[in-house]
Ligand binder design. Structure first.
Ligand SMILES: [Zn+2]
Length: 944
């Protein structure tokens, strides 16, 4: 038994600090200061960027711990220590979260007259914690998981109680450098790893710690979906390799949301790094548990101390005034004698603190301010934590093993399954072990009814071999005892029962007979020719065939195939190959291929996938005459001209039976349309050749007949110019057929790459193709064209046919445009605002924001390039009110957050009406470099 006591440092000493100023006075002061600082902020944002870059460089170079993946991944992202601001902006688009904020606002209003934190039994809050390790973590080192959790929660309790030993550094700085000491004596909030009354769906029992492994991917801010079952808890999501910390809201909603952070920052002072699948506490700079302190600070209602630069933090949900306005985040480590580094606040006399809500390394994050403590305590007292999840005093865990880390026996198929086996295929019962954390397997197999017999009665293999050796039906009982020897040890036994039916021959659903006819037009058999038939690479029974076919015109053979087998026919010619042929017919009477009376060559002459149910146009297999999977040929709908996910940039089926608009011809001879170049139904024998026409030729096609003129020259049919630069995944498809005479004449497909014609396809023999596809990404340019040419190679040759030409490109810029108008006060009504999106070609779309300020322009084939989004209707009234919020974020985004797809650059503070003009010009220019400007307009670029 292990016992943990996390609330050992809860400080119950009386807080003597008195807050004598009323909050309303603070609010007045703050508002006027903000207006004064507006211009300053614009000038200072540039420094902010520069500072971030410097900080990043320093931190990367200070990483002296190579070789650990998680550590390397996090160091690359260290400039983005915390992603809460962005996560908060996203979450403000969730109406349920806005409702939560309104609730918080109303609760805070009830508490506004509180001037101190009594920190007594009436308002000390115990917050139940659940810790969720992502799927990178496993049970290979349970002690590491438990100890790191303990260290992290102890560290959190020290920090929130102002009981952290390094708090002395802040006092030293005040002593060395002067300034007003605003340190909090404690938040009167403590954290307890939940240990009882767990959510029923969790599977956890009373006494087990609230730790899950691999159950949740992360909080909303980390791209996960939270842990909906864990409402009323502070959920901590530990993610290997995340690279930063992020809280799901300012404040959180207690609805299964929480805080997420990289496991490399998870732990606390003195905790030795360890790993259990993923790493824990192994970062060089952020290894004192302060990332969690910082993120929990957000979750309980705090902004960054540097939020909004010299404009200072927003005053919702809490008005915190004893942290100085900062130009930019701090970074690195601060020496207690470095007074210059402290003097970077925006207001003379206000000095930067070693505040948990800043970005110093963990070594220099040591304190919350008084008003931060009041804010967090007020929030914590305003919401409903799952109080019954923690026992009195937050005391014991009675089980050493984590829930996820116990031996579990499991296997498939599912209990009670009816299994139909095929004797011809070995009548194997396929058993799949799905046990967890076990090292040994002990299987027993028993026939409990019926006439069947089994190949064995027991096995200790993880994947046992079990077959039915005789009989046709019965019931089998399978028992598995799985045992683990690790930290959590123990055995579990499971028994499952199956009803078995054994079939054979054609009764097996996947077996069926094909008919193969060997033919000889002369009537004297195959004269030594032979046909090898391979199934999944191995000869089928009876292969090779033909040796006994020594007389007559035909011999018929039945071949038994199993659905899904890949069948290959290899032929070896005999003395008279021009006489030999084969006809293969499927079980349903469809001729799969027929080479009667023709020269079919040697080697592989055909291949197909066997099927034992009648082929259809939706069976997911290319069969019968289909030219693609379930498309083309005699019975199925035509194949799409462009691959899925791409758009048609050019499509031509020549069904106008004349030269298509925009298409041109070129010739070195005297050819012209109707005179060697045709857009017509193929006349007899044109194009000809042994291969025959392409199977998807329909109606009129394009042709070049080079035979009419002379024996020297090249003629081409050329597409219109297509600007391919906005597109990716570009391709050309076409159906073609070429006839060579005595090896002469060549069919060439060439593309214009911007400087020259490049051959991307050619055919120099009798052949054809359907849905021939050529990738074009290497040839993308604004003047792209394709030419289909015939080179007579110095002879009187003839000819090619062409049909169903398409040029395709990906819809990278076809996805929807979404955006939002986001006020700094989330309670401002931003619904019903008219926004107009203007595309590079001048076309525009006007949309109206929804209740949460968001808007969406449905997807379509938009050109990539420079866009603008403009608020064309009235601004919300809270912006025309002088006492209203002072900034508005106007954001557009490309594609619902996926990493690829269109890239939008737009995220701007849009000032109030009174501040339009030069300020917006300066701000937008600073954000975007250069762009088109208009009243209430932001510009953005859609890139492929
Ligand atoms: Zn943060």
């Amino acid at each position: 038994m292990r016992s943990y006591r996390f609330i050992t440092k809860l400080t119950l000493s009386l807080l003597t600090l008195l807050i004598v100023f009323s909050l309303s006075v603070y609010a007045q002061n703050k508002k006027s200061k903000k207006n004064l600082d507006r211009t300053a902020k614009l000038e200072l944002d540039g420094q902010n960027v520069a500072k971030n870059k410097t900080s990043k460089t320093n931190q990367v170079s200070s990483n002296t711990n190579p070789g650990k993946n998680s550590n390397n991944a996090s160091s690359a992202k260290k400039a983005d220590r915390c992603d809460t601001d962005a996560a908060y902006q996203r979450r403000l688009q969730d109406p349920a979260y806005l409702e939560h904020l309104r609730f918080v606002e109303s609760k805070i209003a009830e508490n506004l007259d509180r001037a101190s934190i009594p920190c007594d039994a009436t308002n000390t809050v115990i917050i139940p914690v659940a810790v969720h390790f992502d799927a990178s973590y496993d049970c290979s080192n349970v002690q590491c998981i438990i100890d790191a959790t303990e260290a992290q929660i102890n560290s959190l309790n020290d920090d929130f109680a102002a009981a952290n030993a390094d708090l002395a550094m802040y006092n030293e700085i005040i002593a060395n450098c002067g300034g007003t000491n605003v340190v909090s004596d404690g938040v009167c909030v403590s954290f307890c790893l939940a240990n009882q009354n767990h959510p029923s769906s969790s599977g956890l029992s009373d006494g087990q710690p609230a730790i899950t492994i691999g159950e949740y991917g992360g909080g909303f801010g980390a791209g996960g979906t939270g842990a909906a079952e864990w409402q009323g808890y502070l959920n901590m999501f530990v993610i290997d390799g995340l690279g930063f910390g992020v809280a799901d809201g300012i404040p959180g909603a207690l609805n299964g949301d929480g805080v997420s952070q990289d496991g490399s920052f998870f732990g606390g002072p003195g905790f030795t790094p360890c790993s259990s699948g993923g790493f824990l506490n192994d970062d060089n700079a952020w290894n004192l548990g302060r990332t969690m302190t910082h993120e929990v600070g957000h979750y309980l209602g705090l902004y960054h101390t540097f939020q909004d630069g010299c404009a200072d933090e927003p005053n919702f949900p809490f008005d915190v005034n004893d942290t100085p306005a900062q130009v930019a985040p701090s970074g690195g480590v601060l020496a207690s004698t470095n007074c210059a580094a402290l003097a970077t606040g925006c207001i003379a006399g206000e000095e930067v603190q070693m505040n948990y809500m800043d970005y110093f390394d963990d070594l220099s994050l040591v304190m919350f301010s008084n008003e931060q403590a009041i804010a967090m305590n007020t929030f914590s007292n305003s919401v409903a934590w799952a109080n019954d999840a923690v026992d009195t005093g937050c005391s014991d865990y009675t089980e050493a093993c984590l829930f996820n880390c116990s031996t579990e026996a499991a296997f498939g198929p599912a209990d009670g399954s009816n299994l139909t086996l095929c004797a011809d295929e070995g009548a194997t019962i396929f058993i799949i072990d799905d046990s967890q954390l076990n090292d040994t397997w002990d299987w027993t197999f028993t026939v409990t009814s019926g006439d069947i017999s089994l190949s064995t009665t027991s096995s200790t293999d993880q994947t046992p071999n079990l077959t039915v050796t005789s009989g046709t039906s019965g019931t089998v009982e399978i028992t598995l005892e799985a045992c683990g020897s690790g930290d959590c040890g123990g055995c579990e036994t499971i028994t499952q029962t199956y009803n078995i039916t054994v079939l054979s021959g054609d009764a097996c659903p996947d077996d069926c007979d094909y008919t193969l006819e060997l033919t000889d037009t002369y009537g004297d058999g195959w004269n030594g020719a032979s046909l090898e038939i391979l199934s999944n690479g191995s000869p089928i029974t009876g292969s090779p065939f033909g040796g006994a076919f020594t007389a007559g015109t035909s011999e018929t053979i039945t071949i038994a195939l199993t659905a899904g087998e890949t069948i290959i026919f290899n032929q070896t010619n005999g003395g008279y190959p021009g006489e030999e042929g084969i006809i293969l017919t499927d079980p349903f009477g469809n001729v799969i291929f027929d080479t009667t009376g023709g020269f079919v060559g040697t080697g592989e002459i055909n291949s197909f996938t066997a099927y034992c149910v009648p082929p259809t146009c939706d069976d997911g297999v290319q069969n019968l005459s289909e030219t693609g999977i379930d498309c083309g040929g005699d019975t199925c709908p035509p194949c799409p001209t462009c691959p899925e996910g791409t758009s048609v940039l050019l499509e031509e089926d020549f069904e106008s039976c004349m030269q298509p608009a925009g298409w041109t011809i070129s010739t070195t001879e005297s050819a012209d349309v109707g005179n060697g170049i045709f857009f017509d139904t193929p006349p007899d024998g044109v194009p000809g050749g042994a291969a025959g026409p392409s199977p998807d030729f329909v109606g009129c096609i394009a042709m070049i007949d080079d035979d009419f003129a002379d024996n020297v020259g090249v003629s081409c049919i050329i597409t219109p110019v297509i600007d391919l630069t906005p597109y990716t995944n570009t391709s050309l498809t076409f159906d073609w057929q070429h006839e060579a005479v005595a090896g002469g004449g060549e069919f060439l497909v060439q593309v214009w790459d911007g400087t020259m014609w490049v051959t991307v396809f050619s055919a120099d023999d009798d052949s054809n193709g359907t849905n021939e596809t050529v990738g074009l990404d290497a040839y993308v340019n604004a003047d792209f064209q394709v030419q289909f040419c015939y080179d007579d190679e110095g002879g009187f040759q003839w000819a090619f046919g062409l049909d169903n030409v398409a040029v395709c490109g990906s819809g990278d810029c076809a996805e929807e445009i979404s955006g939002a108008i986001i006020p700094s006060d989330p309670l401002c009504d931003v619904s019903g605002i008219e926004v107009t999106i203007v595309a590079p070609d001048g076309t525009s779309t006007t949309v109206i924001t929804g209740a949460d300020g968001t808007f969406t322009v449905p997807g379509g084939l938009y050109p990539c390039g420079d866009y603008s989004a403009e608020i064309t209707g009235a601004l919300p009234t809270c912006y025309t009110d002088a006492s209203g919020p002072t900034t508005i974020d106007f954001v557009v985004d490309g594609d619902a957050g996926t990493a690829d797809g269109p890239f939008f650059i737009a995220n701007s503070n849009v000032p109030t009406l009174s501040q339009w003009g030069l300020i917006v010009l300066a701000l937008l220019l600073m954000t975007f470099g250069s762009l088109r400007l208009g009243f209430r307009t932001i510009a953005f670029e859609r890139k492929k």
